[in-house]
Design a binder for this molecule. Structure first.
Ligand code: AP5
Ligand code: MG
Length: 191
C-alpha cells in the first residue's frame, strides 16, 4: 500500500486532481471536506453541528475528522493505497494519521503540495461559487479566511513532512491536464 497526501490551499486543485489520480492509479480517495458535506446533505446531527463552522471557513475539531478517517481506513480492498485530500489539516491530525497508518504497517509515503498564486486561488473559488453551491465559496471574505487558516494552521505540516523526507512541491499553475501530468509523474515513482 502506498499513501499520498494531496496538499495545498483552498482552490489549489486538490479535489479536481484527486479524482483523476484515484482513477488512473487505483487509489482510494478520501476527502474530509466531501465527507463533511455529505453529513450536512444527509441532515445528520454531526453535519448540523459542523455546518456553521464550515460556512465561516474555520476548521472543524480535529477529533471529528480523525474519527471519520479512522472509520474509513480499513476499507481499501482492491486499491493500491490512499489519497488523502484536505486531511490532515493540523499537525495534530498528521500525528494521528501517522499513528493510524503505522498501526497497520503503513506510512505516509509522499506529500504532494500544489503551489498556486494567491490571486489564482481566489479567482478559481469565486468562479466556482455559482456551480458548487458551497456557502464557503460565496463570500470573498470567507475565501480569504480559508486561505489565512491554511497558512496559519495547515502549512506547518509541510515542515513536519519535510523532516520525514516526504515533502514534494508541485507547480499547481497551468491547465488541469498539465498539472495532472506533473502529479502523475511523482505518483508513478511509488507504484
Ligand atoms: P475542503 O472541502 O477540503 O475545501 P478546501 O480545502 O477549502 O479546498 P477546496 O475543496 O475548495 O479546493 P481544492 O483544493 O479541492 O480545489 P478544487 O479541485 O475544488 O474543506 C472545506 C471545509 O471543511 C474546511 O474549510 C473546514 O471547515 C472543513 N474541513 C475539511 N477537512 C477538514 C479537516 N481535515 N480538518 C478540519 N476541518 C476540515 O478546485 C477549485 C476550483 O478550481 C474548481 O472549480 C476547479 O474546477 C477549479 N480548478 C482546479 N484546477 C484548476 C486549474 N488548473 N485551472 C483552472 N481552474 C481549476
Ligand atoms: Mg476540495
Amino acid at each position: 500500500m502506498v499513501n499520498f497526501l494531496i496538499f495545498g490551499p483552498p482552490g489549489s486543485g486538490k479535489g479536481t486532481q484527486s479524482v483523476r489520480l484515484a482513477e488512473k492509479f487505483n487509489l482510494t480517495h478520501l476527502s474530509t471536506g466531501d465527507m463533511l458535506r455529505a453529513e450536512i446533505a444527509a441532515g445528520t446531527d454531526l453535519g448540523t453541528r459542523m455546518s456553521s463552522i464550515m460556512s465561516r471557513g474555520e476548521l472543524v475539531p480535529d477529533e471529528v475528522v480523525i474519527e471519520m478517517i479512522a472509520a474509513r481506513i480499513d476499507n481499501t480492498e482492491g486499491s493500491e493505497g490512499f489519497l488523502f485530500d484536505g486531511f490532515p489539516r493540523t499537525v495534530a491530525q498528521t500525528e494521528a494519521l501517522e499513528k493510524m497508518l503505522n498501526k497497520r504497517g503503513m506510512k505516509i509515503d509522499s506529500m504532494l503540495v500544489l503551489d498556486v498564486d494567491h490571486d489564482e486561488l481566489v479567482k478559481r473559488l469565486v468562479l466556482r461559487a455559482d456551480l458548487s453551491g458551497r456557502p464557503d465559496d460565496r463570500d470573498p471574505a470567507v475565501i480569504e479566511n480559508r486561505i489565512d487558516v491554511y497558512r496559519a494552521k495547515t502549512e506547518p505540516i509541510i515542515e513536519f513532512c519535510r523532516q520525514r523526507g516526504i515533502y514534494q512541491p508541485v507547480n499547481g499553475m497551468g491547465t488541469i491536464d498539465d498539472i495532472f501530468e506533473r502529479l502523475s509523474g511523482f505518483v508513478k515513482k511509488f507504484l
